[in-house]
Design a protein around this ligand. Structure first.
Ligand SMILES: Cc1cc2nc3c(=O)[nH]c(=O)nc-3n(C[C@H](O)[C@H](O)[C@H](O)COP(=O)(O)O)c2cc1C
Length: 370
């Protein structure tokens, strides 16, 4: 296909479909996934399992397979997330193995040159037939970012860097003429890149929650991902839509992530949550919270509670209960304005299967999926 043909008929990414609540699977490329615990599970970070998880999600009609971008672990007895697959190569392989799901790379922008990223993205977009997307992350885990030389930039400057990085990538995707770039962070000559992606531009997402992060998302991405610690806080994050409309004259969708613990009875589901806490790797959780600056608060009940939330899902609200209760909670998410949720599980293979059998029919009944 020539470039002009690719431009003439851009592909539509799965995340742009008309499902009321888009679904994804998240974190399956890292050891321990998103659960900082040694609670019993058959999950192992192997290629075989990752493939099984993503192909299952594809068969279930999910829109997004989202790997976590991670370069080192958080210590503790599990060295949480210490083993992980690199996400562009992961997405390329998943693209070949699946039919309909959107395949994403999670790209720490400062770890990959924009000329390389633009070409990797275009390549995976071709492999996937226009199903590729990038989760743009600026980095916050200092020891991880220091592995790449120098020191981590100050918070808002990281977003300024990301903005310039993305301008270059998007210009490569959209212009046929070579160009020079003179910016704050990059000085480049005769930049070009072909082929162009099959999509007009690969789907872009970001999960910034700070002022600079939300501004970046409002300006640049298709979907902003909210960090939902409490349902009541979802509405606050919807401000990203107002910023997009008023400042950048564009629309941005909003999604979130969630740990799902679904069992036949409520008691069973809560017992699994307790088991995650009982087997928690509190040292790794503390290390992560220290990096995030939470350590500076005095130790109180709130901190203990947030530490629980870190052990059971990176600080995010967990959806716990029977299949019907999970659907009720997802209904509330949808009513709050969320257009999609990327899910993670203690035991991905088993629980995705359960989700398929017990929860998907109820989501259809509730009108969240068709
Ligand atoms: C759904 C979701 C996925 C994320 N994925 C990653 C990731 O893979 N790697 C990473 O370093 N940070 C990840 N983050 C962190 C965000 O990119 C962001 O840094 C964080 O939400 C803090 O916002 P801020 O950068 O505006 O302060 C993720 C956050 C969310 C909610």
């Amino acid at each position: 296909m020539s470039n002009s043909q690719a431009h003439a008929a851009p592909r539509i990414h799965p995340l742009m479909n008309d499902q009321k609540l888009k679904l994804g699977v998240f974190g399956m490329n890292c050891s321990n996934g998103l659960i900082i615990s040694e609670a019993p599970t058959t999950f192992e970070m192997t290629w075989q399992q990752a493939l099984q998880i993503v192909t299952k999600a594809d068969q279930m009609g999910f829109e997004i397979a989202l790997p976590l971008g991670r370069w080192r672990g958080f210590g503790g007895k599990t060295n949480f997330n210490g083993t992980s697959f690199e996400t562009y190569t992961f997405a390329a392989a998943m693209a070949q193995a699946t039919k309909n799901i959107g395949v994403f790379a999670t790209s720490h922008v400062s770890t990959v040159h924009p000329v390389v990223a633009a070409k990797q993205a275009a390549t995976i977009d071709h492999i996937s037939g226009g199903r590729f997307g990038i989760n743009l992350v600026m980095g916050w885990f200092r020891p991880e970012m220091e592995m790449f030389g120098g020191s981590m930039r100050e918070h808002d400057l990281r977003y300024a860097y990301g903005d310039e990085w993305l301008d270059i990538v998007q210009r490569i995707w959209s212009t046929d003429e070579p160009f020079d770039h003179e910016g704050q962070f990059f000085q480049l000559k005769g930049v070009q890149g072909d082929p162009k992606p099959l999509q007009q531009r690969p789907c872009l997402i970001n999960a910034g929650t700070s002022g600079a992060g939300m501004d970046f998302a409002a300006k640049n991405v298709d979907f902003a991902f909210a960090s939902v610690d409490k349902v009541e806080n979802i509405k606050k994050f919807m401000a990203v839509k107002d910023i997009a409309r008023s400042k950048y004259h564009r629309n941005v969708g909003v999604c979130a992530s969630a740990l799902v613990i679904a069992r036949d009875s409520e008691d069973e589901a809560h017992a699994v949550y307790q088991s995650i806490l009982e087997h928690g790797d509190w040292v790794a959780a503390k290390n992560m919270m220290a990096v995030l600056g939470i350590e500076s608060q005095s130790f109180n009940e709130r901190l203990a509670k947030s530490q629980e939330k870190f052990v059971a899902g990176y600080g995010t609200n967990a959806l716990i209960g029977t299949p019907r209760q999970i659907v009720e909670q997802l209904q509330v998410y949808s009513e709050q304005g969320l257009q999609g949720v990327v899910l993670y599980f203690l035991d991905y293979v088993k629980e995705l299967d359960y989700f398929d059998q017990k929860i998907m029919p109820l989501l259809r009944e509730a009108g969240l999926r068709h």
